[in-house]
Design a binder for this molecule. Structure first.
Ligand SMILES: Nc1nc2c(c(=O)[nH]1)N[C@H]1C(S)=C(S)[C@@H](COP(=O)(O)O)O[C@H]1N2
Ligand SMILES: [Mo]
Length: 514
């Protein structure tokens, strides 16, 4: 309850001042980042720091809650924390100056540390966070001073003061929002990578890929398409802002335990004989039945052939691939030199790689989870040893090696679907990369296992569709799927979490038949 003598709530206006001050500082920082340091916006660098520091359980929780919207969720989270801190700073500054400013300086220093510890950070990256901190502190001081009560205010002067305060607050916040929008437009405008990608004619494969077998795909409503369109392909990475590499400046270096260091630029790569291969890519964070998996036709050059130029030394057993933003993966050397289609990919489903899938060049290695093989925006291959180097996720609780586990999924009917009694088509996909699938079976409730029909295999490195026609009796039922690989290994029903090296268990769905 506020009495008539104190018309100004003691917290609301100072909190508002804090929010406006932080918006002004933050907006200006976005604008300046857009002008001189793209990628160094405070929200992005703090987000990137959080991503790097997040423990395995936090990463898993975020992915299980938000899926591939994890980055939007992170930005919203940072904005909420910043808003709470801003409001607190306002209240503190009003009650106990200059402690509110201390809060702002402390948050600014965190953003500064985040900016300067990024891979490839330049001294310019310090400017946006420092500016945000200084501007927010100044605006906060100015606004809070406006709030301070005069000795003996009359009702009329008090009201006038309050209005003035609100006008200044509104101007600060509005200027911040406009500046932030300006910053966004600037980064969008100076994107050489987008322009280059749009103009880049994907070279034709020098050896045409084997056409997909006609029987690779069943025509069933709701069944995952055998080739995942680029727009629907899952995206997982630590890059809060997608790296934008101008291909005319891109190079790949092969260093480390090699006889010859090799360096190749984009034009040289495109001039090599490129081939098409169809490979399924899976994320280690994919829980049983999840959708962090996709299959694409990739165009690229065998990594094996580039490594042959570099001549790895006999004691090397790993290649640490590094992306432009500093992320790393550890791939067994053997998986890059044996006969599988491990490639430096430049094309995905007939298009240049989309920016978020690694433009201009990424790795694709059949049979290994993405975190140990599928480096996007790749710029360096360090030939090394597992006992000498550890990759990004392996220092964060995930295993050093990550072969993709045998698994299968029911796509139709959908979980909790209501279906008419009679013949119901049950269908899905199964994969055992680099080994191949030999059988899929479906179980209803606790009944016998029924053999499903397999679509033709594209290769052992891609998933395979399966279907089973079920004479469905009415009632509520559980459907469970189980795959067997070409070596006779039956998919285990034992439950394992995604960490440290991939989930196991059987996918089951509930349906009601009426
Ligand atoms: N540079 C970079 N490459 C990366 C990652 C990353 O965080 N940064 N994530 C990897 C992981 S964990 C997976 S599952 C695949 C996902 O590739 P996609 O986003 O094209 O589907 O990319 C891999 N390559
Ligand atoms: Mo992943």
């Amino acid at each position: 309850m506020s009495s008539p003598a104190s018309p100004t709530p003691a917290r609301a206006l100072p909190a508002l001042a804090g929010l406006a001050a932080v918006l002004a500082g933050f907006g200006l920082a976005e604008l300046v980042a857009g002008l001189i340091a793209p990628g160094a916006s405070p929200v992005l660098v703090v987000g990137a720091l959080l991503i790097d520091l997040a423990p395995v359980w936090a990463k898993e929780l975020v992915i299980s809650l938000f899926g591939t919207a994890d980055k939007v969720a992170l930005v919203v989270f940072i904005a909420l924390v910043a808003a709470v801190l801003a409001a607190l700073a306002g209240i503190l500054e009003y009650r106990r100056a200059p402690f509110g400013r201390f809060v702002i300086v402390a948050a600014g220093l965190v953003a500064l540390a985040a900016a300067l510890t990024r891979a490839g950070a330049s001294p310019f990256d310090a400017v946006p966070p420092v500016l945000a901190m200084v501007v927010a502190a100044l605006v906060l001081t100015m606004l809070i001073n406006r709030l301070r009560v005069r000795r003996a205010p009359t009702a009329a002067t008090a009201e006038l003061d309050r209005r003035r305060f609100l006008v200044y607050t509104g101007i600060s916040a509005g200027a911040g929002v406009l500046a932030a929008i300006g910053g966004q437009l600037l980064t969008a405008g100076s994107r050489a990578a987008d322009a280059a990608r749009a103009l880049f004619p994907l070279p034709a494969p020098s050896t045409p890929g084997t056409p997909l077998p006609a029987g690779a795909s069943f025509d069933i409503d709701g069944l995952t398409p055998i080739i995942t369109p680029n727009a629907e392909f899952y995206r997982i990475d630590t890059a809060l802002s997608v790296p934008r590499i101008d291909p005319s400046t891109w190079t790949l270096r092969i260093t480390g335990l090699v006889e010859n260091e090799v360096e190749i630029d984009f034009a040289e790569l495109l001039a090599l004989p490129l081939a098409e291969s169809t490979t399924t890519l899976a994320c280690v964070s994919n829980y049983v039945g999840g959708d962090l998996i996709g299959n694409a036709v990739w165009l690229g050059y065998p990594i094996r052939d580039l490594l042959a130029r570099a001549k790895p030394l006999a004691d090397a057993d790993m290649v640490l691939s590094r992306s432009q933003d500093g992320w790393t993966a550890s791939t067994p050397l053997e998986a890059l030199t044996d006969d599988r289609d491990s490639i430096l990919a430049v094309g995905m489903n007939g298009e240049p790689l989309p920016l978020e899938h690694g433009y201009p060049v990424r790795m694709v290695v059949p049979g290994l989870y993405g975190y140990v093989s599928a480096t996007k925006w790749v710029t360096e291959l360090v030939v090394t040893r597992f006992d000498q180097e550890t990759a990004y996720w392996s220092t964060r609780g995930w295993s050093q090696k990550g072969p993709v586990k045998l698994s299968s999924r029911v796509d139709v009917p959908r979980e909790n679907a209501s279906v008419d009694a009679g013949t119901v088509t049950v269908a899905g996909v199964a994969w055992s990369q680099h080994v191949g699938i030999s059988a899929v079976d479906v179980q209803v409730d606790d009944g016998d296992w029924n053999p499903a029909t397999l679509a033709d295999a594209i290769s052992v490195d891609t998933w395979r569709q399966w279907r089973w026609d079920w004479d469905a009796p009415s009632g509520s039922h559980t459907l469970r799927v189980r795959a067997t690989d070409a070596d006779g290994l039956v998919q285990t029903s034992k439950l394992a979490d995604v960490a440290p090296d991939g989930a196991t268990g059987l996918h089951e769905i509930r349906v009601s038949i009426s």
